[in-house]
Design a protein. Structure first.
Length: 281
């Protein structure tokens, strides 16, 4: 029996250009690789319920989501590690004491306060040129899911937190204040450096979930590649046989990868697949 190759792909900044579009070559690469017998998994910080419909329509064999707190292979759940309730309560207290806007993710959805929703709407309108009406509960244009009211969340189901601050020291301070128990990293939203971040439990990363997926599938890490552009991809780079940074990633992140491919709109995913023999050139 031939051991399949497997690829793990980040979403924002790798497959999807932060809510705008997907390179046709990426769609072709994923579908061609799967048709040739390779496995292709999503590997994202997003909740399962917050993945753009256009991404899901490409077709994948499974997904690592919530920055590694959850993972599936087909219909099988391999990883389901929500945060302990007391950890979530500590984060909420920290954000509120410091006046930091935040989002809480469950595997199904993202929850946010009206203020956080308004800040996101303004960001998408100004930086990404996407109209986003935070008051409407239905699905947004471009297939972007709406946020749910933070007051309705079940704190026993939280997988990850995302936060937005006003100054460049926000992430560094959170790392110092919370690093004893949490994995705090810069966020993937294209905002000024140090102002937005992501928080999961210490030891819960894309890399930790990938290891469990590979074990379940019986695939050696040497047969895997991981492609991404954000700081939540570092552990993916470390675990996969080849870690590949997108050309649009920060220079410091590129230095953490084994190699660098082209940017999202210059066929970065497709070029990486060709280079590593997942699809024909």
């Amino acid at each position: 029996m031939t051991i399949p190759r497997i690829a793990f792909l980040d979403v924002d900044g790798t497959i999807l250009d932060h809510g705008r579009d997907i390179a046709a070559s990426t769609i072709e690469a994923v579908r061609s690789a799967r048709a040739a017998g390779c496995l292709v998994y999503l590997c994202t910080g997003r909740s399962s319920g917050d993945i753009d419909a256009r991404v899901l329509e490409i077709g994948f064999d499974g997904a690592v989501t919530n920055g590694g707190a959850y993972a599936t292979a087909g219909d099988e759940t391999i990883v389901a590690d929500p945060m302990p309730r007391d950890a979530v309560e500590r984060l909420v207290d920290y954000f509120e004491q410091h006046g930091i806007l935040y989002f809480l993710q469950t595997d199904a959805a993202v929850y946010a306060s009206p203020e956080a929703q308004a800040a996101t709407a303004a960001f998408m309108e100004q930086a990404l040129s996407i109209h986003y009406d935070a008051d409407e509960p239905q699905t947004a244009p471009q297939g972007i899911p709406r946020f749910h009211d933070l007051a309705d969340i079940n704190l026993d189901h939280v997988a990850k937190a995302v936060f937005l601050g006003d100054d460049p020291g926000t992430v560094a301070r959170a790392q110092q204040d919370l690093g004893d128990r949490f994995h705090v990293i810069p966020g993937s939203m294209p905002l000024p450096g140090g102002t937005n971040g992501e928080i999961g439990m210490s030891g819960t990363t894309k890399g930790s979930a990938i290891q469990r997926v590979l074990e379940r599938l019986g695939i050696d890490a040497a047969e895997s590649i991981g492609i991404g552009d954000s700081w939540n991809d570092v552990e993916m780079f470390e675990v996969c046989g080849v870690g590949i940074a997108m050309g649009n990633a920060e220079e410091a992140l590129k230095a953490r990868a084994d190699e660098v491919t082209a940017s999202i709109h210059h066929d970065g995913v497709h070029r990486a697949f060709v280079r590593h023999g997942l699809v024909a050139g």
